[in-house]
Design a protein around this ligand. Structure first.
Ligand SMILES: Nc1nc2c([nH]c(=O)n2[C@H]2C[C@H](O)[C@@H](COP(=O)(O)OP(=O)(O)OP(=O)(O)O)O2)c(=O)[nH]1
Length: 135
């Protein structure tokens, strides 16, 4: 059986309560799919630590990380990922698409207007539900 890839992804919210969505580029695997920016967790690394490193590498900014919004396993045809979606905020800098094709800030209720990587769909649904339900 293929090894499961551990992936940390950031649900970065700005002061307008919008969420940062990133479009995977043609050079990346799963091109043209939207995702929460992040990447693979290295051996011995904590998910939060991996996420801060990945965001600095691919968006050229620093984030603070908060609680895990959701965490689950998704089986693609050729590999399986264990996705950790972590709440985050920008601490320093402005996100730049150094690897992604595009970055957009979207209100939670509009997240389902994008075509997401299949693994992200439960997280998108959860964020939409949590952020748009009256409290
Ligand atoms: N970053 C991220 N990856 C996701 C998400 N959803 C999803 O299925 N993936 C998949 C895409 C990739 O197969 C894998 C993460 O790989 P990646 O290419 O972003 O990670 P990385 O930057 O560490 O990659 P690399 O240096 O090895 O090329 O997880 C998501 O929301 N964010």
């Amino acid at each position: 059986m293929e090894k499961t890839i551990e992936v940390a992804a950031a649900c970065i919210e700005n002061d307008n309560h919008e969420i940062l969505c990133a479009l995977r580029s043609l050079k990346m695997s799963m091109p043209n799919k939207w995702e929460f920016p992040g990447g693979k967790i290295k051996k011995g690394e904590a998910a939060h630590e991996a996420l801060q490193r990945e965001i600095l590498e691919e968006l050229d900014c620093k984030i603070t990380t908060d609680e895990i919004i959701c965490e689950y396993t998704h089986e693609y045809d050729t590999f399986t990922i264990h996705l950790h979606v972590i709440k985050a905020a920008i601490k320093e800098g402005t996100p730049k698409a150094t690897e992604h094709a595009k970055l957009v800030w979207l209100a939670p209720e509009h997240l389902d207007s994008l075509i997401w990587a299949a693994a992200d769909i439960p997280a998108v649904k959860k964020i939409m539900k949590t952020k748009t339900s009256p409290s």
